[in-house]
Design a protein around this ligand. Structure first.
Ligand code: B12
Ligand code: SF4
Length: 469
């Protein structure tokens, strides 16, 4: 069976389609003939995709929707129209089944199937479901499996919403890894999947499951070594949070050191500002850690509780001091405007940031409301009661939330936000915050500065490249 896998990218810079590389590995192991096409690195992609399809004549195409949108208010760029164009080209060129999958797809399984007019969709981990679905489709049968959505006209069916995600990340191929390294300045890998926490706005537990599934440390280090053999020296670890299980993290880092690849590798990750001690942070440093992006959200204890974060401001401060001692750069990911945010909680945050002095901070304005999260429940209740205060974007006629809907605390006036942003920009280190103008770039990564730095050959985490340039 010939299977084409298409990646619908997101904003600049392009990232290596890690999800598709895992799926390609599984399908090739089963003997299928697999090709990958990424619309982010093929120009003009429409013509090249149509040509690829005409020559390869796939029996089945998998389309990976990594980003449903850029998750940024007020820019709010949706990638659903791009995914729909991809499906249209596939259907026009060769009318064989199209299966959707990916992080972005898994958030909106029914809505995106209907919108793109694809035939099937896989929620969550795609490796085994795509393999099983392709075996059904090869026999001309419907893949009626838990976790697989099927579309008939405007109706979407599934045996159950999703299959319990239990497996750790497995093998992958390395599809044009050098090209992504050149364009985006980093490679990628995963050591685990899933997150057991339930922060009110976060969609990771919905799309990756709540069971933390760990890849054996030897396999993680082997994958990283494979990247270094390809001369890829800067790698973003793609776990929801890399330190959900500090014991596992310890074993992964030990293995990196045992193989002697710590000096060939610079790695970055998202982490929780908790459960880290001096030994572990030192080990991170020796194993090549060059920067951590901490989920912090706020410097107010009240807001950390409102977000249901599993850490306190004391944890954040303790963690920051450890990093300052070792000299590992670190960024804080913050939010302006969660439920209950007031001018006074914003002041607390600014005071906290002045005291801690991270390498840099990034701010999101408000929260994208994702189905399946506690925030979506809160918002739905409010909408039922006819309350729309604090809601921005597509507030009405948007039951599946596919069109971007944002929440910004109803206690904040536009003037309060402007004042807070002005004060944030006066902090004595780089601050990445959105512009209130809709036409401005969606995020700091879209900046011309980053583009130029990458063209000059800078490598590593995008926030760190920007902080240093
Ligand atoms: C690490 C990360 C980053 C890193 C990536 C570094 C790198 N070099 O790879 C950085 C910081 C650069 C980044 C940037 C962005 N990110 Co990001 N990122 C992540 C994170 C944590 C991991 C992504 C990943 O690689 N996962 C591992 C791979 C293996 O999983 P996967 O891609 O989901 O693939 C699996 C399944 O989805 C499925 N699957 C995938 N494709 C297909 C196809 C088919 C046919 C099938 C059947 C199945 C299938 O099977 C795969 C294997 O199991 C996710 C959240 C998460 N926990 O996944 C957010 C996440 C994907 N990012 C998100 C966003 C919004 C962005 C940005 C748009 C932010 C911005 N405004 O700039 C950019 C987009 C970048 C781009 N060009 O695409 C959102 C997307 C939400 C949405 N609205 O769609 C997420 C979900 C975070 C969140 N909770 O909001 N990101
Ligand atoms: S913010 Fe982090 S800790 Fe909280 S649910 Fe999301 S991934 Fe898990």
């Amino acid at each position: 069976m010939r299977i084409l896998l298409v990646h619908v990218g997101g904003p600049f810079p392009p990232v290596e389609p890690l999800g598709l590389e895992h799926i390609a590995f599984t399908l090739r192991e089963a003997g299928w003939n697999v090709r990958i096409f990424d619309i982010a690195v093929n120009h003009p992609w429409k013509e090249l995709l149509a040509r690829k399809v005409s020559i390869f004549r796939p029996h089945l195409t998998g389309v990976s929707i990594r980003n449903a949108d850029d998750c940024t208010w007020p820019h709010c760029q949706s990638y659903a129209p791009l995914a729909r164009q991809v499906v249209q080209i596939l259907k026009k060129t060769i009318d064989t089944p199209v299966v959707l999958g990916g992080c972005g797809y898994s958030i909106f399984p029914g809505a995106l199937l209907r919108y793109t007019r694809a035939d099937y969709g896989v929620v969550g981990d795609g490796e085994h479901l795509m393999l099983r679905a392709s075996a059904f489709l090869a026999k001309g049968e419907n893949p009626g499996l838990p976790g697989v959505f099927c579309r008939k006209g405007n109706r979407v069916f599934s045996l159950s919403q999703k299959e319990e995600m239990r497996g750790p990340p497995g093998g992958r191929i390395f599809h044009q890894s050098r090209l992504y390294y050149r364009l985006g300045g980093q490679g990628n890998a995963e050591a685990s999947r899933g997150c057991p926490y339930g922060c009110i706005f976060c969609v990771d537990p919905v799309i990756k499951g709540t069971i933390h599934r760990k890849k054996p440390p030897e396999e993680v280090a082997e994958e990283l070594e494979s990247l270094t053999r390809r001369w890829i020296a800067h790698v973003h670890m793609c776990d929801s949070e890399f330190n959900i299980d500090p014991e596992h993290l310890h074993r992964v880092l030990d293995e990196i050191l045992r193989r002697g690849i710590g000096n060939k590798l610079r790695w970055y990750a998202y982490m929780l500002p908790m459960m880290l001690d001096w030994d572990l942070v030192r080990l991170m440093k020796y194993s090549g850690c060059e920067g951590i992006n901490f989920t912090v959200s706020s410097g107010s204890e009240k807001m950390l509780n409102a977000y249901n974060h599993p850490f306190s401001t004391d944890d954040v401060e303790r963690t920051a001091r450890l990093f300052q001692r070792t000299g590992i750069p670190f960024m804080f990911d913050m939010i302006v405007g969660g439920p209950g945010e007031t001018v006074s909680t914003l002041k607390e945050t600014i005071k906290f940031l002045k005291k801690i002095s991270p390498t840099c901070v990034g701010f999101a304005l408000g929260l994208r409301v994702y189905p399946g999260t506690p925030l979506a429940l809160l918002v739905t209740e409010r909408l039922k009661a006819g309350e729309t205060q604090g809601l921005y974007g597509y507030v009405h006629n948007n039951p599946e939330l596919l069109r971007p809907l944002f929440y910004i605390s109803e206690h904040l006036k536009e003037e309060d936000i402007k004042n807070a942003l002005a004060e944030l920009h006066s902090l004595p280190y780089p601050v990445f915050a959105p512009s209130l103008k809709k036409a401005s770039p969606h995020a700091y990564t879209a900046s011309t500065r980053l583009r130029k730095a990458l063209e000059k050959g800078y490598k590593g985490a995008h926030w760190l490249i920007l902080a240093r340039n």
